[in-house]
Design a protein around this ligand. Structure first.
Ligand SMILES: [Zn+2]
Length: 136
């Protein structure tokens, strides 16, 4: 499965994937009302605007919640078990993003500060960008 067609990105979130491939996190904000949208949308549900400005955001935030996976299932073959998957609230904008924790888990708790990196992960036959979080 791919997220790009031969002519460019597919879906409202196409720019997110393109930016990750180039090593940046970019997120959309409605230019009509200033609301942040994630997942990305074509049209703002608050003000009806079709225009969004994408800006680069730092990969810094705090753990909103997490889960630990102990048993293998399809798509997790590359991760040593157990591993933890985090939902992180970004510091810079009111958006939450998912990624796997890498490195030492000591100190993992809701509210812990984390920094992110952009890695690659297997998705079917493709290697797609994926977020990894580390405790700060
Ligand atoms: Zn809006």
């Amino acid at each position: 499965m791919t997220y790009h067609s031969a002519t460019g990105p597919v879906g409202a979130e196409g720019r997110y994937w393109d930016a990750l491939l180039e090593g940046r996190l970019e997120l959309p904000r409605c230019t009509g009302c200033g609301r942040w949208h994630w997942p990305a949308v074509w049209r703002c549900g608050s003000c009806g605007s079709w225009d969004h400005e994408w800006t680069q955001q730092p990969l810094e935030g705090e753990v909103f919640t997490y889960t630990r996976t102990h048993h293998p299932f399809g798509g997790t073959e590359a991760f040593a078990k157990p591993f933890s998957t985090l939902i992180v609230t970004l510091n810079s904008v009111p958006v939450r993003l998912v990624g796997v924790l890498e490195g030492d888990e000591a100190g993992l708790r809701i509210g812990a500060l984390v920094t992110g990196t952009i890695a690659r992960t297997a998705f079917g036959d493709a290697q797609i960008p994926a977020l990894r979080w580390s405790l700060s």
